[in-house]
Design a protein. Structure first.
Length: 662
């Protein structure tokens, strides 16, 4: 019964989203405030209906309703209840329903927190978001209904959730990733609404920026959680494999980062309007492209959903309409995007433009590396693999150049800056960064490498530049240190925190990539391995039974000299239903290093000797700590009080182009 109610709620949500699409636009056309206001009410109602449908599916999983085809394929009676809940989005149909729920949630948030915006702008934004909801609700109802029944024949027990997904990280990772993916629909809607209404000014950028920041923060956390999950769950000790589905979430992050910086310029100086609109379109288009790659069956990945090509074609159709329609509108309204403001070669605008070009170039590098094997296969050019060497060779230098500009950009003035007054102190900063960048790896690890030295030099140089800029701003406040810090805006502090997080991530990448140690060895009970200051003693393997699996659990004692460090228990699990064999790594985490052990296969019939993989991973945690700091900085910037619009009258001042467009 709940399943039928959930299905009916989705049908009603589709009807409401159609109302949300057409009635507000009609209200803008005839200048009817009541019709324009319908969009806000429809957005909230649509969210309630999709939420009800989602909870109905959750109920079906918790109650083991295997009469539903989707539940029978994704769950099992022995599955722990928290994994039964996460199994809701563990397959294609449920994850698509989560997509629709997150989209309706963002739409309702825009309706509730944008009441101080001009009514016609809000109406257009909600109508555009409604059009995206229409597309995805149709997708669910026509091709991917999670409430389809198996009656009269249905299994007494389900097929079970993919063991790879039976992990706490996968409870949080997909919702967080979707909050970012789908969140880019909001700046996309603001961009198209601005084009339609002829209002692409500083106020428009200020309205759009906090939504972009929020989406970017969620996507940052989602990508970091996915990397962390792959690191400890897959047993190979890596944190990024340039997997096509990993790239699918990374590309909108890169474009979204460029969009954030472009919005800052548009808000402050009224320039880059065309560039900003184009980036908003690109970021959301790449989010849709990621959805297509995951669901089309065109690629193989541990992250992908095994779906038939027909569903992929539906998403490709949505992508084509979104990109084609938005770019057509962009071309038609291009005359509105001219700017009268000017800036010189040495200025903050130019540094931010360089930032944008580097980020978009990096996005293109990742896009080509991801899609080229698919295109080659489609045209029968053979199976071509584009792996880490391609990405590392092209992507890494772009990021290092980006760091160079990152150090100077925030210290430059808007519009014009004297090059000598900027380069002289930054030259000293680079010298200090060089001393630290060369000296730190030598002192910490005892060896050096020119690639690590270059990365560390830029990281420390930018860090010194951030501290120098912070000190100068506190001094400018002409108050005590604490009072000066309190006078700094949340937007500024958040920006510098995000930059600091990026530096932490880059430092973690450089150090763990070069100084990690991997040992593949044969070990029997009583064997020991000494690597650096650590000694690993294998105590043997015991049987262990979990809720829906049995495992062989190893025990390793780890010592540093004579001092015990940790006892680690890696496992080899066999899941009862699907009979999958999974590796569960054991990790002793630390701020400056991880000790990581994974069991391979038994090497003799009695399983007395095992293949064992042991890693020493220096600074690997800084990858994810950096992402967390970036997200905190982004949320802090989004909470800046200048984004809390209070004066509707000021925002509703008539603008000639906007009135004509209406």
């Amino acid at each position: 019964m709940f399943a039928e109610l959930g299905h009916f709620a989705l049908v009603l949500a589709l009807v409401v989203s159609l109302v949300q699409l057409f009635l507000p636009l009609y209200g803008v056309w005839v200048r009817n405030p009541a019709a324009q206001a319908v969009g806000s009410s429809a957005a909230v109602v649509q969210f309630g209906l999709v939420l009800f449908a989602f909870l109905a599916l959750v109920h079906a999983f918790i109650s083991n309703d295997f009469t539903l085809d989707y539940v029978a394929r994704q769950s099992n009676t022995r599955l722990p209840v928290f994994y039964q809940v996460s199994a809701v989005w563990g397959g294609h149909e449920g994850s698509l329903l989560l997509w629709a729920l997150v989209l309706s949630g963002w739409t309702a948030a825009v309706a509730l927190f944008s009441r101080s915006l001009p009514r016609d702008m809000t109406a257009r934004v909600l109508a555009i978001l409604g059009s995206v909801s229409v597309a995805f609700l149709l997708f669910i109802l026509l091709t991917s209904n999670p409430f389809a029944r198996l009656l009269p024949d249905f299994p007494p027990d389900g097929n079970d959730l993919n063991p790879l997904l039976q992990d706490p990280g996968l409870i949080i990772h997909p919702p967080m990733l979707y909050m970012g993916y789908v969140g880019f629909a909001v700046p996309f809607a603001f961009a198209l609404a601005g084009l339609m209404g002829g209002r692409l000014d500083s106020a428009w950028a200020r309205w759009s920026r906090p939504w972009t920041l929020a989406a970017w923060c969620f996507l940052t956390l989602g990508i970091a959680l996915g990397s962390w999950w792959a690191y400890y769950e897959l047993g190979w000790g890596g944190w990024w494999f340039w997997d096509p589905v990993e790239n699918a979430s990374f590309m909108p992050w890169l474009a979204g980062t460029a969009l954030l910086h472009s919005l800052a310029v548009t808000e402050k100086r009224g320039v880059f309007k065309a560039w900003t609109v184009l980036l908003a379109i690109i970021a959301f288009a790449l989010s849709l492209l990621g959805t297509f790659l995951v669901r089309s069956g065109v690629l193989t990945s541990v992250h992908a959903f095994a779906s038939d090509p027909a569903r992929g074609l539906f998403v490709l159709g949505i992508l084509t309409v979104v990109v084609g329609g938005s770019l057509t509108l962009f071309a038609v309204r291009a005359p509105l995007l001219a700017s009268e403001s000017r800036y010189e070669l040495v200025s903050r605008e130019m540094f931010l433009l360089a930032n944008n070009l580097l980020l978009l170039t990096a996005t293109t590098v990742v896009l080509l590396g991801t899609l080229f094997p698919l295109v080659a296969d489609a045209f029968d050019l053979g199976k071509i693999s584009v792996g880490p060497p391609y990405f590392n060779m092209l992507f890494a230098p772009l990021m290092l150049v980006l760091l160079f500009f990152l150090g100077m950009g925030p210290q430059a003035n808007w519009k014009r800056h004297d090059g000598r007054s900027l380069m002289q102190p930054y030259g000293l900063v680079l010298v200090a960064g060089l001393l630290l960048g060369v000296g730190f790896p030598l002192l910490w690890f005892g060896t050096g490498d020119w690639r690590v030295a270059v990365a560390c030099t830029l990281v420390f140089a930018v860090l010194i530049a951030i501290v120098r800029d912070l000190v100068q701003k506190v001094r400018t406040a002409k108050a005590g240190t604490w009072a000066g810090l309190r006078r700094l805006s949340r937007s500024y502090v958040g920006m510098q925190l995000a930059h600091l997080g990026l530096l932490m991530t880059v430092l973690g990448v450089a150090l763990t990539s070069h100084y990690s140690i991997e040992k593949d060895v044969r070990m029997a009970a009583g064997d020991r391995l000494t690597e650096g200051p650590y000694t690993f003693i294998f105590q043997g393997v015991t049987e262990h039974e979990g809720p829906n699996y049995v495992a062989r659990r190893g025990e390793f004692q780890v010592y540093r000299g004579d001092a015990p460090v940790a006892t680690l228990h890696p496992e080899k699990r066999v899941y009862a239903v699907q009979r999958n064999v999974m590796t569960e790594a054991a990790i002793d985490p630390g701020l400056f290093r991880d000790l990581y052990i994974a069991l391979g296969e038994p090497l003799d019939p009695t399983a007395s000797a095992w293949a064992v993989r042991i890693y020493y991973k220096p600074f690997v945690r800084w990858l994810w700590l950096g992402a967390l700091v970036m997200a905190v900085g982004g949320f802090l910037s989004a909470s800046d009080r200048r984004y809390r619009l209070r004066q509707r009258a000021e925002q509703e001042k008539p603008i000639a182009t906007g009135e004509q467009a209406s």
